[in-house]
Design a protein around this ligand. Structure first.
Ligand SMILES: Nc1nc2c(c(=O)[nH]1)N=C([C@H](O)[C@H](O)COP(=O)(O)OP(=O)(O)OP(=O)(O)O)CN2
Ligand SMILES: [Zn+2]
Length: 156
């Protein structure tokens, strides 16, 4: 069984080497779709009876470990030194420095790596993270999926 929880957050970024407008500082209303695979829990009296995992718990964990950190932050590549140094001059600015350029692809991979440690089989129903889909705009998104990750690098 596959279940998906959608969350949204706002963040700024830029793609420093981009040939066009994406090299400028700008932001998105990102949409994150977390797809979990697992068996349906069938224990009478269990709060998750009939579920793979309570959607509310998926939201709570995703917010705690990822979304709260990225929401209203500026996501910047560590190698983008001009912007990193500029953001340091803003007192208390919420900045997330990444070891990769914050494209939709890299952010989906990074989110997968973070969430994969959270949504593991703690519940005895073979729960696992199957896919993270990250929409950068309504028309542009990237999928990080379990099989694909074996040959890719991830970053935080
Ligand atoms: N493969 C990728 N290509 C691009 C990325 C990316 O992360 N991966 N990012 C960008 C820009 O940051 C921007 O988010 C996309 O802008 P744009 O192409 O203009 O997308 P829109 O949905 O706003 O475009 P419409 O023409 O309005 O549909 C660029 N490329
Ligand atoms: Zn963008």
């Amino acid at each position: 069984m596959f279940i998906t929880r959608r969350l949204e957050f706002d963040a700024g970024h830029r793609i420093p080497d981009h040939k066009s407008h994406c090299r400028h500082l700008h932001g998105h209303r990102y949409v994150l779709e977390i797809t979990l695979a697992g068996n349906i829990i069938r224990h009478d009296g269990d709060a998750a009876n009939g579920m793979v995992m309570d959607f509310a718990d998926i939201k709570t964990l995703a917010k705690r470990h990822l979304v709260n950190h990225w929401d209203h932050a500026f996501l910047v590549y560590a190698g983008d030194t001009a912007v990193v140094e500029f953001l340091k001059t803003l007192p208390g600015h919420k900045t997330v420095v990444l070891e990769c350029i914050p494209t939709a692809e890299n952010l989906a991979e990074t989110a997968f790596a973070i969430l994969d440690r959270i949504f593991c089989d703690n519940f005895g129903n073979h729960l696992r993270l199957e896919r993270v889909r990250l929409y950068e705009t309504p028309n542009c998104w990237a999928d990080a999926v379990r099989t694909y990750r074996h040959s890719t690098q991830t970053c935080r």
